[in-house]
Design a protein around this ligand. Structure first.
Ligand SMILES: NC(=O)c1ccc[n+]([C@@H]2O[C@H](COP(=O)([O-])OP(=O)(O)OC[C@H]3O[C@@H](n4cnc5c(N)ncnc54)[C@H](O)[C@@H]3O)[C@@H](O)[C@H]2O)c1
Length: 247
């Protein structure tokens, strides 16, 4: 048995069909976990699961509590226990100054990035508390710490994820459940297609390593936080930002 071993464990990864979520799903499965790839896009999730040993796909819209509750119940029925939840699904939203954003642009981002984390945790909290074990990893962003111009909604949601993680982590600190967040800087994934090249350049220029991150580099941080080895770390946000945020 190696360090960060996940043999016999079940992980749910939201938005696991693409980008960072796909890298996390692959990494956790390689460490021995059975991985439920929960994505709004069932076709992409099914294709992703086909390429990973010990993975299966299921449809879930994280913005919709009923959809999440049903999906998590299906995973529990299939595997008996959920040990790990990675709330990774997210959208960048429209890249534009506030005066060019509509209220719908704002709420759409909030419903996926912020409500999605609340929904995911709310729907698994009772199960993990009953089992006296859980590892929850929420994918935030350095945008939630530094604030990226032209991304008011996105930056707000990611700041909320960091605050939620601090609060919820304390609530379940004596239940065997660790709740942490990871805040990546810009990572080359399909989410960047939602932004302008100028926006991506602005974010990349802020990184002291002068490059974008790779999805696998985020998955490596998530792996520790998702493992039993992470036993005295909770309510924290880990940066994976090439040095961009140092606080
Ligand atoms: N790529 C980056 O630069 C970067 C930086 C910091 C944080 N993040 C965060 O990392 C996470 C993953 O981003 P990514 O870059 O891999 O994006 P991506 O676009 O490659 O993948 C996002 C996945 O989430 C799914 N998804 C979107 N809305 C959903 C919903 N309502 N319900 C279920 N699934 C949904 C999509 O179908 C897709 O498979 C997001 O939370 C994002 O905000 C990304």
């Amino acid at each position: 048995m190696g360090y960060f071993d996940l043999s016999g464990q079940t992980a749910i990864v939201t938005g696991g069909a693409s980008g960072i979520g796909l890298a996390i799903s692959t990494r956790l499965a390689n460490a021995g976990a059975t991985v439920a790839i929960a994505d709004m896009n069932l076709e992409a999730a099914t294709a992703a699961a086909a390429g990973i040993q010990n993975a299966f796909a299921l449809q879930a819209d994280v913005a919709d509590y009923a959809s999440v509750e049903k999906a998590w119940a299906a995973v529990i029925a299939r595997t008996g226990q959920v040990h790990i939840l990675v709330n990774n699904a997210g959208v960048a939203g429209k890249a534009a100054p506030l005066w060019e954003q509509s209220y719908e642009d704002w709420t759409k981002c909030i419903r996926v990035n912020m409500d999605g984390v609340w929904n995911g945790c709310k729907a698994i909290a009772g199960h993990m508390r009953d089992k006296k074990y859980g590892r929850i990893v929420n994918i935030a962003s350095v945008a939630g710490k530094d604030g990226n111009p032209n991304m008011t909604a996105y930056s707000s949601t990611k700041a909320a994820v960091i605050g939620f993680t601090k609060s919820f982590g304390k609530e379940v600190a004596t239940d065997g459940i660790c709740v942490n967040a990871v805040a990546p800087a810009v990572v080359r994934t399909p989410i960047l297609d939602q932004l302008t090249p100028e926006q991506v350049k602005y974010m990349t220029d802020k990184i002291p390593m002068r490059r974008t991150g790779e999805p696998g580099e985020i998955a490596a941080v998530v792996h520790f936080l998702a493992s039993p080895d992470c036993s005295f770390v909770t309510a924290q946000t880990y940066d994976a930002s090439g040095g961009r945020s140092t606080y």
